[in-house]
Design a protein around this ligand. Structure first.
Ligand SMILES: Cc1ncc(COP(=O)(O)O)c(C=O)c1O
Length: 349
């Protein structure tokens, strides 16, 4: 179409996982949602929102959430910016730091939204391959990129790089280092301290995974106050709505429910990993709420098709390094059992 900028015209756009309309009898393990509901206090908080709060614009800074998130992360509110899902902060970062003369760099394979955003922003993307064990590539320093992104734990590999290694990377990076911690709630350590110690580090968090709130769209980022103030200039004035602020604030405050849910996912993650290994899948240890599994005996695309025919949705990426693997979200024990019996059936065909 003649109306679009050339790069938009040529762009393929981001392809999200299938969201089936009919959810009865479907085992949905394809978009890394949390299989457990959000804390009951979330619904109470949403119900308590008054008509007057809906009539007015929301707090542009979402200060109630910033205060709560600052306490959880042992920082102050001016270290925090709220966003309409972590994805929005990625868009804000590309707009803030990248253009034709200011490239982005990131290790691959990783979150497939990064190249999409680079293309929209018309900046070049320097992609540095991970080694076969997904160690941080040494070449990531010295790329000269204005923005370097490391997804940690990484999607879709489920692997993690240590805080010490990322501190060294922050030290050696001239531009901004954005650490996408969308899945960090399922790991044992996080990089929040780096945002205190380095003036070029942004830590990105999502409420979609650990807090079971993918439906409300809420995330936040942590950085030094000067970086936060700059990012604030780029965001929409009212980027998070009153209902989302109420829900996300209630969720992050309920520490015991959060911890309980994370432990349940980790327990199932361990069991599913072990069971898949007995079915001859290679599965690296996961630090997320999903597994990247490679069958030693069967083609990934065929397993994917056969699971889909049985209304069991997992994720298949037809791209180099990933097209022999399946990304499987850790579900409830019942969902995981359905997946495992279907796999047993398929692999014996
Ligand atoms: C690595 C990574 N970063 C960010 C996001 C976006 O999260 P949100 O739902 O908060 O926009 C996702 C979502 O799947 C993700 O996988």
């Amino acid at each position: 179409m003649k109306y679009f900028r050339e790069n938009i015209e040529k762009a393929k756009g981001y392809k999200p996982g299938i969201q089936p309309l009919q959810t009865d009898d479907v085992v949905k393990l394809n978009t890394n949602e949390n299989p457990y509901p959000p804390s009951p206090v979330v619904l109470q908080a949403v119900k308590a929102v008054s008509p007057d709060q809906l009539r007015r614009y929301p707090d542009p800074l979402a200060n109630a959430f910033r205060k709560a998130a600052a306490e959880v992360n042992d920082l102050s509110a001016d270290n925090i910016i709220c966003c309409n899902g972590a994805d929005e902060l990625l868009t804000i970062a590309f707009r803030a730091f990248c253009d034709r003369k200011h490239p982005v760099a990131y290790p691959v394979p990783t979150y497939s939204l990064y190249p999409v955003l680079a293309n929209l922003q018309n900046c070049s993307a320097i992609e540095i391959p991970f080694d076969s064990e997904f160690n941080l590539p040494a070449k990531l320093t010295g790329t000269g990129a204005a923005l370097t992104i490391v997804c940690n734990p990484n999607a879709p590999t489920a692997t993690i790089v240590s805080v010490n290694e990322l501190a060294s990377l922050a030290d050696e990076t001239a531009g901004v280092l954005l650490l996408d911690e969308a899945y960090v709630d399922f790991a044992e350590e996080n990089c929040a301290a780096l945002a205190k110690n380095f003036d070029n580090v942004i830590i990105l968090r999502s409420m979609s995974k650990g807090y079971s709130l993918a439906g409300i769209r809420f995330g936040y980022a942590i950085a030094n106050p000067d970086l936060i103030a700059g990012l604030m200039k780029v965001k929409d004035s009212y980027n998070v709505d009153a209902l989302a602020i109420a829900a996300a604030t209630a969720a992050i405050k309920d520490r015991s429910y959060f911890k309980e849910t994370i432990e349940k996912v980790k327990k199932e993650r361990k069991r599913l990993t072990e069971k898949l290994r007995t079915l001859e899948f290679e599965v690296p240890d996961s630090f997320t709420n999903f597994l990247l599994a490679k069958s030693r005996t069967y083609k990934a695309s065929e397993i994917y098709d056969k699971l889909t025919q049985r209304s069991i949705y997992v994720r298949y990426f037809d791209s180099p390094g990933l097209n022999d693997k399946l990304r499987i979200t850790v579900g409830t024990s019942e969902q995981n059992n359905k997946l495992l019996s279907a796999l047993k059936e398929i692999l014996s065909e």
